[in-house]
Every structure is written in C-alpha cells, then in structure tokens.
Design a protein around this ligand. Structure first.
Ligand SMILES: [Zn+2]
Ligand SMILES: [Zn+2]
Length: 140
C-alpha cells in the first residue's frame, strides 16, 4: 500500500467518527433523551442556560417535540446545541452562550472516544459503561 493510499484510509477512518461541534456543523443526536436532564450535574455558564438545559414541559416528553425547548446539552460530550424543530432530532452546535455570551466548555467528544478506546471498548460495537453515558466519566 502506498503512503498516499495509507493517508487516505487514515483520513477516512477519522471521518467515520463524529468530530467536535462547530457552529457550522449539524449533527443528529445519538438517541432520544430518556432521562430528565435535571439529573445532570454539569454547572452551566448562567442561570438562563441552566434553565434552558433543564427545560421540562408537561405537554412534551422530549425536547425535540417541544417548540419551547431551545437548547440540547449532550452531557457525555459536554456539547451544547440549538434544537432544530424540523420534526427530526437535529441540533446545531454552538460555542458561545446566546444569553450571557460566555464561551462554552470545549467539546469532550474526542476524549470520550479516546477514553473508551484506551479501555478496549468500541462504542459502536460494545456496551458503553453507564458512567460514559453522561458527564460522570469526566470525573474518573
Ligand atoms: Zn412543550
Ligand atoms: Zn450563559
């Protein structure tokens, strides 16, 4: 195999893996939220963000079907996004808080994959430990 092909394959492998969010990138949320986000322990930049992340509506079970839900917080990746209400589960990533203007924490997506890899866990094939499904893994 030539170096050029090797580099191309390495690039393709990297492309398989979802990259960190930028405000240019749309992503689909891995799975519907089945737990209230209020259980998350992450501190957010301001009260408005905390209120938005913890938004609960008695008419809609999950934020993608609630027109009043604005922010999706992926605790395990520490990523914030604005919910796109197009009937699907799409979010557009944000790097700054729309309310206080503060820079949001850096995405931990790459580290999440690295940590699992270092444990010999393939997140696409193997069962992901519970502490990796939210922000608890960050404190390990
Ligand atoms: Zn609602
Ligand atoms: Zn804020």
């Amino acid at each position: 195999m030539s170096d050029r092909i090797g580099a191309r394959l390495a690039g393709e492998r990297r492309a398989d893996r979802p990259g960190p969010l930028s405000n240019m990138v749309y992503f689909d949320v891995d799975r519907p939220i089945d737990q209230p986000e209020a259980e998350a322990m992450t501190r957010h930049c301001c009260d408005q963000m905390t209120d938005q992340v913890n938004w609960q509506c008695d008419q809609h079970d999950e934020p993608f079907s609630c027109p009043d839900a604005l922010v999706y917080f992926a605790a395990k990746y520490q990523e914030y996004g604005l919910i796109i209400h197009d009937g699907g589960a799409s979010v557009i990533g944000i790097e700054f808080c729309p309310w206080c203007g503060g820079r949001l924490p850096e995405s931990q997506r790459d580290r999440w994959f690295q940590e699992l890899e270092s444990r010999g866990i393939d997140p696409w094939e193997d069962e992901v430990p519970a502490e990796f499904e939210d922000e608890r893994w960050l404190a390990l």
